[in-house]
Design a protein around this ligand. Structure first.
Ligand code: SF4
Length: 479
């Protein structure tokens, strides 16, 4: 048991405070957990966080390694996993978000070593936003700054009341901060969403745009801020009145500190990364009259971490191919769904993500045809289609590690209990053991090649004279 967590033992009950929640991108760090042999009770966690902590005592937990659905010794499972990956010509490494940055770094290292492809959850969520960040640049800030300073919150294509349940109470609308002591009464709220979402119920202004017109609405606000009028077709195209779009532009102009929180509604609609680029350009414009920042409401706890790790290790945020020996970046070609759909991937490594439950049918069908190695904590479609399952460790509960919050701040999460097995201490440890097994196999293969080359009978090349004689013989025989 880790001594780092603040804990007190009462018989076999453990109470821990200031625990980090490893579920959504907020990474709340004020959770209290009471754990005994059969139950888990949490305080401060939302319904999503509470469900994750309950996995500690779930009957669906995978605690034994599996090969073809049958229990197997750990060393055998690691060896089999290494064999599948070493024998593949185009292995794919999907590095899921529900694990630490340390584990991700080793999985990426293995992908590079084997000349494979590597991708993460951004590929099916905020990938376009991440592309826009590289394209335009992100004026960001910490969640502490939004809490203490923001007097305008714009939720664009985001519904945090459902996706990040503690967002509004901890970091935006309702929280009272150092310069925002009036809480909700000192803040203005704009929600841009085609639906009357639960977050929109709290808005001072709800821009209920027609689906797929984010780009046009962003352009219109920028047009007004630059002193011009949007095109006469604006209301017909977007469904938003001139009065409302002017109101939105005024609110941007009047803000002392504005935040645009972008959700998947901006990244997953027509225009994709162009929408996110425009939102970042609006942020730049907002900085002419006040302070303006933009933050992506990242869904999974460490989805930002994967982009960070791949960026600092290889210069690109996701969808990278190492087959030429150097990293190449091409979303749409080296991204997970695309590579699987084309049928070129011949082995898949998947860590802490249920691709079986979330990818399109054509990609899952390909996964069923090739060897799949998964690090997985619970039974589900991913474990079901895997040839080798290595039991996953619950990060921030059973092992320590680093998570990048949605504001790109690294949080070091402490553990407060041990995994229910002793063959691995963490997903980082599992990746390290797998990497070492792969290195051994590669070295053995090299050695076998050298021995084979040495065992071949040595042939001495013909001299020019001998070659000429043999040639003459052949010509005369043919004649
Ligand atoms: S809001 Fe997110 S990080 Fe906070 S408790 Fe809920 S799931 Fe966990």
């Amino acid at each position: 048991m880790s001594s780092e967590a603040q804990e007190s033992e009462i018989s076999n009950k453990i109470t821990c405070t200031d625990v980090t929640c490893p579920v959504c991108g907020i990474a709340c760090d004020d959770i209290e957990v009471e754990l005994d042999d059969v139950s888990v009770v949490t305080r401060n966690a939302c319904i999503m966080g509470d469900a994750k902590f309950k996995e500690l005592r779930s009957s669906h937990r995978i605690t034994k390694p599996l090969i073809n659905g049958k229990e197997a010794p750990w060393s055998e499972a690691v060896d089999k996993a290494a064999e599948f990956l070493v024998n593949a010509k185009r292995p794919f490494f999907f590095v899921g978000s529900e694990t630490t940055s340390e584990a991700m770094a080793i999985a990426i290292e293995i992908a590079e070593m084997l000349g494979g492809l590597v991708d993460g959850n951004a590929t099916i969520c905020h990938g376009p936003t991440v592309m826009a960040m590289q394209d335009v640049g992100q004026a960001g800030c910490t969640l502490g700054e939004t809490r203490n300073r923001a007097d305008l919150d714009i939720y664009w294509g985001a519904n945090p009341e459902d996706s990040h349940p503690r967002h509004l109470s901890r970091h935006s609308i309702f929280v009272r901060g150092f310069f925002t002591e009036q809480g909700r009464y000192g803040r203005k709220v704009i929600v841009v969403d085609p639906r009357r979402s639960t977050t929109a119920e709290h808005a001072d202004l709800h821009l209920q745009l027609k689906p797929g017109t984010d780009f046009e609405v962003l352009s219109a606000i920028m047009t007004i801020l630059n002193g011009f009028e949007p095109h006469e077709s604006f209301t017909d195209v977007t469904g938003i009145s001139r009065e409302d779009i002017h109101k939105a532009a005024e609110m941007v102009k009047d803000a002392r500190f504005g935040v645009i929180w972008v959700g998947l509604g901006i990244a997953s609609t027509r225009g994709k990364h162009y929408n996110a680029s425009m939102a970042m350009r609006l942020t730049q414009l907002g900085n002419k009259t006040g302070k303006f920042v933009i933050l992506a409401n990242r869904g999974h706890c460490n989805v930002t971490g994967f982009n960070q790790v791949l960026n600092w290790s290889h210069g690109f945020p996701y969808a990278v191919d190492f087959s030429t020996g150097a990293p190449r970046y091409q979303p749409g070609e080296y991204s997970c769904v695309d590579a699987l759909r084309r049928g070129e991937v011949d082995a898949l490594f998947c860590m802490c993500a249920d691709l079986g439950a979330h990818l399109p049918k054509i990609a899952v069908e390909r996964m069923c045809e090739i060897p799949v190695v998964s690090i997985e904590t619970a039974e589900g479609p991913q474990a079901f289609i895997s040839d080798v399952v290595l039991p996953g460790v619950l990060d921030a509960m059973e092992c320590t590690g680093t998570f990048y919050r949605m504001d790109n701040v690294p949080i070091y999460a402490r553990s407060f209990c041990d995994p229910p097995f002793d063959f691995t201490k963490s997903n980082e440890d599992t990746c390290t053991q797998l990497r070492d097994a792969i290195i051994q196999k590669l070295e053995a293969r090299e050695k076998a090649k050298e021995e084979e080359a040495q065992a071949k009978p040595q042939t001495t090349p013909l001299s020019d004279e001998e070659f000429g004689q043999r040639l003459d013989k052949l010509v005369s025989r043919a004649g």
